[in-house]
Design a protein around this ligand. Structure first.
Ligand code: UD2
Length: 349
């Protein structure tokens, strides 16, 4: 009886010792410096900088490194995924959304979006905002700036924590061309006056559109352009670039890479500021000489992207058109222009 009691106490003591040893190995002071992964880079961190909380977080963070094995010999073969200047072209199936999100979550990024709803275009705003809640940078800090001449008609849309909306009044106009083109000036000013130091990325989007699928961290880059859904099978001589050499938006027949959308573009605040400022000043200099480019700011944007190559190109998944049937290479539609009756909604025909 006495002997079995002694054995029992020994077992208890050994178990407690083993438990303490395990805790010490995981959470005790390290014997040497360690490599930890932070913000996508490897850093040597000295042992005394480590705290308990950080260690637990680190063990947790390693989970983001568990994902399916990537391959360089298997993947999408029906589309081109790199431009000739080696910018990625983003298509469904070319990225791991969870991995990308976990990388950007560690950087605590915030994303601004601009949308213009002037005159009757206010009718598109509700759908735009509601679908953005569902698909646009879900789980990240998002700040949507709505430019409108009808602030009272901005719909109340419930936004998730970390997401917010600011309404900025703008004057009405009798010409849709002017509304569309003035966006560059207002985006330039917004970045200068409100966004410097208050965010990382910005996207500028058409309001007569809706989100239908994930638009997230895979789209982030320095200068980001979206390929227009209407022309990507065409030779560049067919692109609706501005073809008059007098215009600052001019692109010659044998020039140009892709035809990009005016309805969606973005990137870092610095890059988008430069783009908006350049397109605005070229547009205004043209106007002084009595020229308006074929597709207003879209023409100037295309000229800009020809000279200053985008660092990331988004496939037409990122701006499809609802009136078009989906092509075979489009596995998902993320954002699309809704069908609209131009004569009914524009202030001029
Ligand atoms: C294309 C572009 C658009 C712009 C335009 C040329 C796409 C999908 N769309 O579309 O971005 O480059 O050609 O100028 O690439 N707006 C108002 N009120 C108005 C008129 C326009 O708020 O009365 C705003 C609104 O945000 C709209 C945007 O300007 O989404 C562009 O106007 P649009 O949609 O009428 O231009 P559209 O369809 O010709």
């Amino acid at each position: 009886m006495q002997a079995s009691k002694g054995r029992f106490v020994t077992v208890i003591l050994l178990t407690a010792l083993l438990l303490l040893g395990t805790l010490y190995v995981y959470f005790g002071p390290p014997l040497r410096n360690e490599v930890v992964i932070s913000n996508h880079e490897f850093h040597l961190v000295s042992s005394d900088q480590q705290r308990w909380g950080e260690r637990i977080k680190k063990l947790w963070d390693y989970n983001h490194l568990r994902y399916p094995q990537p391959s360089i010999v298997k993947g999408r073969t029906d589309v081109v995924t790199l431009t000739p200047w080696l910018a990625p072209v983003v298509w469904e199936g070319t990225f791991n959304p969870d991995l990308l999100d976990s990388i950007y979550q560690q950087q605590d990024i915030s994303v601004a979006a601009t949308v213009f709803a002037v005159g009757k275009y206010i009718m598109f705003l509700k759908n735009f905002l509601e679908t953005a809640e569902e698909y646009f940078f879900v789980g990240f800090k998002v700040h949507i700036y709505v430019f409108t001449d009808r602030p009272d008609e901005v719909p109340q849309v419930k936004m998730a924590p970390g997401r917010q909306l600011t309404v900025l009044p703008v004057p009405s106009s009798n010409r849709w061309q002017e509304i569309s083109a003035r966006r560059m000036e207002l985006i330039q000013k917004l970045i200068e006056e409100k966004l410097q130091g208050h965010g990382n990325y910005i996207f500028c989007l058409d309001v007569d559109s809706k989100f239908q699928g994930r638009w997230g961290t895979e789209s982030l880059g320095g200068l980001v352009a979206v390929i227009h859904p209407g022309y990507y099978w065409d030779p560049r001589s067919n692109f609706p670039y501005e073809r008059r050499p007098q215009s600052r938006a001019y692109v010659a027949e044998e020039e140009g890479d892709f035809y990009y959308c005016g309805g969606a573009f973005g990137g870092s605040l610095g890059e988008v500021h430069l783009l908006a400022k350049t397109c605005r000043s070229n547009f205004e200099a043209d106007a002084k000489e009595g020229i308006e480019a074929a597709w207003q700011e879209e023409s100037h944007l295309n000229r800009y992207m020809w000279i200053n190559k985008p660092s990331k190109v988004l496939s037409p998944e990122y701006l499809w058109q609802d009136f078009k049937s989906r092509n075979a290479e489009i596995h998902i539609i993320r954002f699309s222009g809704v069908v609209k009756n131009y004569a009914e909604i524009r202030p001029n025909a």
